[in-house]
Design a protein around this ligand. Structure first.
Ligand code: PHE
Ligand code: ZN
Length: 871
């Protein structure tokens, strides 16, 4: 395979403009039961900057070529060559029309890229390189073309025929019918989409700020029609927000979303025709948790925001992926914060970054936000590109301030509308509009790894001196790192907990911009008592902050800091310290819990001011996060230490936990409002402590909640606690749950996940049994993620079982999955990225299992991942 040989990566420095551009393309897609025929007509013209005489190269993977003509004439044998991956045309004129006819087999496509079938419905997934599995085309994002598409199919079984843009013609021919769609906006082929099926539709209207009326349609199977209201409301909210916040309006007369059951990712922003994983669009109180509702809101908004950040302005090449993804994640994070709670959303995002992206950045998969090379771009849809990329945009927002940032985005969208550009182009706009020099800042895009920020301070004679030191550890291929431009937001808290004025104007917050390896900043602080530093407020930069906080300082920050992130971080530091001591002395759980008690009591005392925040403050770091802080991973001891602390806190504060749970009841019908979600999350946090403590009343309480609740948040939350803490009634609750939700795939995904994450080695037998369960299906990514993904990423005591059985099970599953869906297999392999940090025996066992998979793997996707992890 041209793009898949180990050692033959694609490199950013090798970028060249395409030899030919496609101005206009017409597709005619004839869908049948056994195969699909695709006729394509491309208007090609030589790129002005391309070398004269260069071949015309079109991508095309696994296509059966039936006919080929240039300007209406069949092409001579010597003038073309197709090797199964690329079609090369030699000696072409500067402009010509290419017509091809190919046959493809969507019914056999289990990789879910290109055209495939999901529960009887035809749909497409073209990002990043799926379009080449549909027809011959220069499949690269810097070729922007005007598309028109005719879709033909049986009219009874496929009454709905969709593609991008506006429907412009339709007709019937016997048992079949057709619709032609035209998209007026030039786009790269990764934004192409087509759908054919028997679908129900929720349709509403939206009026833009300038008074244009847009038709909004969300398509799903008939049985899911009652699960579309939340997505529709979220879409309208996102449209209004983007007008308000960025001055950006929707640009077509119709916006469509289609829900599909088989999908490799969350959703896809195809122009005017988004295709969504059902898990990211369907929502109903009975079947969807609070987290699910919030995910739908965020993903609907994310895909909508791509219409500008991604579609109107797109990426020059896939190294620039974060140009659209980092920016769009920043936009959806801001939107969700505005819809719910700014402080809570920030903590959730930071927590995710620190527990998922930091480990990626510290392991064998570490790569820059703008990578320099890759083998399969599919493997680079990572938390680094998305979430760290969003942090880089957030830092620029912070450095410029909201007004100048908006001037920067205005400039970006006007300057580059209709073009395919780079992250450098984006930063140029920010630097220009902001009037600041971002030269050094650009290193954030090219340098991998999590920077370490060490802070130390002194206080004497009314002067507080803060020294900041930065360093970034080596990452694969990048042994030496340069200093970054790091914005460090700071306040200094006085004895009464109030922030002290830092300058003559009385500002109590400032941003220190660290540019050197080490710098010292001085502040005049009256009085004789050293202030407590509130550092990296709002998590102003994605760094690992090291400062030798005393326990007293942490308790003080938790009680007084006005910054939500800093309060949460103080609590996390207290918890980590307690667990670390417990690892050394497991008998100290009672004493450690007693020491934490005042802090928790004080959070609980004012919990009803903001239950969502209280729930976050009261959450102990997870086992995986604890493991990531230790030099050597020891899952069993971590599980024991954390469990003992949680149980002790549950016991010592039992009365308060019951009270909090009671105070958080949400009477009346379920509502996914931020206020109610916050209450439920605090209530379930309280129940988790009680379950850990095996409180005598908790099992029956949970049983009743699981059985009687009118919403999935309560039901599933209760089920998880019953099962994970092996409380009486757990087995029955699991069986009842399955009987009740058997027909709801998204609910059953959760049922698999709950069982796969029961701590302990005995879960391995259960995972094996579930792999053989009649409802397990290797072809459904959501199901695979629910069972295997949650097992490998969320169950360290089972996955890393000393017997090595967890690794063997996993390796077998990877090999099996690779035959069905290489992208999903490669993604699952990411769970093994902590391999280098495992203790010797385990590392050897996992490496041996993975080497075995590697020797058998046929996909470039999985091979690249395994080679990196085993390197
Ligand atoms: N571009 C999609 C998004 O983040 C993600 C995606 C990538 C979906 C590749 C499918 C395939 O919005
Ligand atoms: Zn995206």
């Amino acid at each position: 395979m041209r793009d898949g040989q180990p050692g033959t990566p694609i490199r950013l420095v090798d970028y060249q403009v395409p030899a030919y551009l496609v101005g206009q393309v017409h597709l005619d897609v004839d869908l049948f039961d056994e195969h699909t025929r695709v006729n394509a007509t491309l208007a090609l013209r030589r790129h002005p900057d391309a070398p004269a005489g260069a071949d015309c190269v079109l991508d095309g993977v696994g296509l059966t070529l039936e006919a080929l003509s240039v300007d209406g004439e069949p092409l001579a044998e010597e003038a073309w060559r197709y090797d199964g991956e690329q079609l090369v045309l030699r000696g072409m004129p500067d402009t010509f029309t290419l017509a091809t006819q190919v046959i493809i087999e969507p019914q056999r496509n289990t990789a879910l890229e290109g055209l495939y079938v999901s529960r009887g419905m035809f749909c497409t997934q073209c990002e990043a390189e799926g379009f080449r599995r549909i027809t011959f085309f220069p499949d690269r994002p810097d070729v922007l073309s005007r598309f028109s598409t005719t879709v033909r199919a049986d009219k009874v079984r496929f009454p709905v025929l969709l593609s991008n843009g506006n429907p412009v013609a339709r007709g019937e021919e016997g048992a079949r019918h057709w619709v032609t769609w035209e998209d007026p906006f030039p786009k790269p082929c990764y934004l192409f989409a087509l759908v054919a099926g028997d679908l129900a539709c929720l349709e509403e209207r939206y009026r833009t700020g300038s008074g244009r009326e847009i038709t909004l349609q969300i398509y799903a199977e008939e049985r899911d029609l009652d699960k579309l209201d939340h997505a529709m409301a979220s879409l309208k909210a996102a449209m209004a927000w983007d007008e308000q916040t960025y001055g950006l309006e929707y640009d077509l007369g119709i916006y469509m979303i289609v829900a599909v059951s088989h999908f490799n990712m969350g959703a896809m922003e195809n122009k005017g025709l988004n295709i969504f994983n059902t898990a990211c669009v369907l929502a109903h109180p009975k079947t969807t948790t609070d987290a699910g509702f919030q995910r739908v809101e965020a993903v609907v908004a994310h895909e909508y925001f791509h219409n500008w950040s991604g579609n109107r302005v797109t990426c020059r090449d896939w190294f620039q992926l974060s140009l659209k993804e980092g920016f769009t994640v920043f936009r959806d994070q801001s939107f969700s914060a505005d819809m719910n709670s700014i402080a809570v959303k920030r903590v959730e995002d930071v927590d995710m970054l620190r527990t998922v992206q930091f480990p990626e950045d510290q392991g064998p998969m570490a790569h820059p936000v703008r990578p320099a090379e890759y083998q399969k771009i599919d493997n680079f849809y990572t938390v680094t590109i998305y979430e760290k990329g969003a942090e880089l945009v957030r830092m620029q927002h912070g450095l410029l301030g909201p007004e100048r940032f908006r001037a920067g985005t205005d400039l970006y969208f006007s300057r580059f509308d209709g073009q395919a550009v780079t992250t450098d182009d984006f930063v140029d706009c920010m630097a220009e509009a902001g009037g600041i020099d971002l030269t050094q800042f650009r290193r954030w895009y090219s340098q991998a790894g999590t920077p370490r920020l060490e802070a130390s301070d002194t206080f004497a004679d009314g002067e507080y001196r803060l020294t900041l030191r930065q360093s970034t550890p080596p990452t694969p291929g990048q042994p030496d790192k340069l200093p970054l431009m790091i914005p460090v937001k700071l306040a200094l808290l006085g004895a009464d907990g109030a922030a002290l004025p830092l300058d003559a104007d009385g500002n109590t917050e400032t941003v220190l911009v660290l540019t050197e390896a080490e710098q010292t900043f001085a502040f005049a602080v009256p009085g004789t008592q050293a202030p407590v530093p509130s550092l990296l407020r709002g998590f102003s930069a994605p760094v690992e902050l090291r400062y030798d906080f005393s326990p007293a300082q942490l308790h003080f920050l938790l009680a007084h800091d006005s910054d939500g992130y800093c309060r949460w971080d103080a609590a996390q530091r207290l918890y980590h310290a307690a667990v670390t001591r417990l690892l050394a002395d497991p008998s100290a759980a009672e004493a450690e819990a007693a020491a934490l008690r005042p802090a928790l009591e004080q959070v609980l005392a004012r919990a009803m001011d903001d239950p969502a925040e209280a729930a976050l403050l009261l959450t102990l770091p997870g086992e995986v996060a604890i493991g990531d802080r230790l030099d050597v991973l020891e899952p069993d001891r971590i599980h024991a230490a954390r469990g003992a602390l949680q149980a002790e806190l549950g016991r010592q504060l039992a009365r308060q936990w019951w009270q909090a749970g009671q105070a958080c009841l949400t009477p009346g019908p379920y509502r996914p409002s931020a206020a109610d979600i916050g209450k439920r999350s605090l209530r379930h946090r309280a129940l988790a402590y009680l379950a850990a403590a095996a409180d005598e009343r908790v099992a029956s309480h949970l049983e009743a909640l699981c059985r009687d609740a009118d919403n999935m948040t309560d039901q599933l939350g209760a089920l998880r606690l019953l099962v994970h803490y092996r409380l009486p009634g757990a087995a029955q609750a699991l069986a009842d749950f399955a009987a009740r939700w058997h027909d709801e795939a998204l609910v059953m995904d959760q049922w698999f996940a709950v069982q796969a994450t029961v701590p302990g080695e005995q879960t391995l037998a259960q995972v094996r049994a579930l792999l053989a369960h009649a409802d397990f299906d290797w072809r459904v990514p959501n199901r695979v993620r629910g069972l295997l993904g949650s097992f490998a990423n969320g169950n360290p005591t089972a996955f890393h079982a000393a017997s090595g059985e967890g690794y063997r099970l996993y390796a077998e599953a990877l090999a099996r999955l690779d035959e069905v869906n290489p992208q999903i297999a490669a993604r699952m392999a990411g769970a093994c990225a902590r391999l280098p940090r495992l203790p010797d025996a385990r590392r050897e066992a996992l490496a041996a299992a993975l080497r075995d998979v590697l020797s058998r793997s046929r996909s470039a996707n999985l091979r690249e991942m395994l080679e990196r992890i085993l390197a």
